[in-house]
Design a protein. Structure first.
Length: 328
């Protein structure tokens, strides 16, 4: 049985133009679940990870606005809360879709901790966008009032950025592995995992957000999955995104997309970490990465949609530039 790790973006659960209500997120989670169950029926074993950028930003905003009434929550605790929130929505949606398909597969959501290094220089240089998009004037006001660091994100508006250190270890790895090997559908590593450090033999949470695609790539490598799929809010990876020269990428080799990355085509707060994570997985021996929206996830696995990135060592097996070829 072939295996897939699917990294579901936080912005896949809150689509452009949506407010991020639970009803909206549940509807999007249900559509993602339908694609996942379709792949299970095709014979794949699946592990799911997910982003939490908009959701953890909302958690922080609620905490800050209520701080005069109740103690505020730290970023790691907000991350844990968002894991529970999104894990619940995904698990329930998956259970409902599995029931419709008459498939009896247990679903489990695991609140996951990810170890980072206290000496990681990223802790002093915030780069990770979280929370909703703001107009320039609203963003500057929040920067002045709350001390946020703000960046423009891929021409969609302005967002808060926080430190994003490198993931080095997933605490619950063996639990995830054992559950997946018994046939359970596992939801884990939400938002990249709760950032923790090892200190005097103990774990301690820190104020940071780990990029979920980098943590997902680490998990995919350690689990040895066949396919690493990144579900986001675009159907393809594009060159010259949102310009008159926009060009979608269909089937590409790792070396080619790495060149595009170095040439600045993929912004660091948007598609950049996804492409970097794809390359990490492939350079570590992974065979294939897919990047697409949840609407096209099943088609992408079968070679008829999305961007397919193949490591140079495996390129011949997939006959690149033939996107209609089914996965073998």
């Amino acid at each position: 049985m072939r295996s897939i790790l699917i990294a579901v973006g936080g912005n896949s659960l809150i689509r452009a133009g949506e407010k991020g209500t639970i009803a909206e997120q549940l509807a999007n989670a249900r559509r993602t679940a339908a694609a996942v169950v379709g792949l299970i029926r095709d014979g794949f074993r699946i592990v799911i990870t997910h982003g939490n950028g908009p959701q953890v930003g909302a958690q922080l905003l609620r905490s800050e606005r209520a701080s005069d009434l109740i103690p505020g929550q730290t970023l790691d605790v907000c991350g844990a809360a968002s894991q529970g929130e999104i894990g619940y929505l995904l698990a329930q949606s998956l259970q409902d879709e599995l029931a419709v398909a008459d498939l009896h597969i247990p679903v489990v959501s695991i609140v996951t901790q990810t170890v980072v290094s206290l000496t990681d220089p990223a802790l002093s240089h915030p780069t990770k966008p979280i929370g909703p998009f703001y107009s320039r004037s609203d963003a500057e006001e929040r920067k002045r009032q709350l001390g946020w660091q703000i960046v423009e994100d891929a021409a969609r508006g302005y967002r808060r950025v926080v430190p994003s250190p490198e993931p080095v270890e997933i605490i619950e790895l063996e639990v995830i592995r054992e559950l997946a090997e018994t046939g359970a559908l596992v939801v884990a590593c939400g938002g990249g995992g709760i950032p923790v450090v090892r200190e005097n033999g103990q774990l301690r949470g820190i104020e940071a957000v780990i990029d979920k695609d980098r943590a997902s790539a680490l998990l995919a490598c350690q689990l040895g999955v066949d396919i690493f799929a990144i579900s986001t809010d675009t159907d393809y990876v594009y060159l010259n995104y949102k310009t008159s020269r926009q060009q979608r990428l269909e089937s590409v080799m790792a070396a080619e997309i790495e060149t595009h990355l170095h040439n600045g085509h993929f912004p660091p707060g948007n598609m950049g970490p996804k492409v970097e994570s794809a390359l990490r997985f492939l350079h570590a021996g992974g065979r294939e990465v897919l990047i697409t929206s949840y609407e096209h996830l099943r088609e992408a696995v079968h070679g008829t949609a999305g961007t397919r990135i193949v490591g140079d060592a495996h390129a011949r097996a997939y006959q690149l530039k033939e996107p209609s070829l089914e996965v073998v």
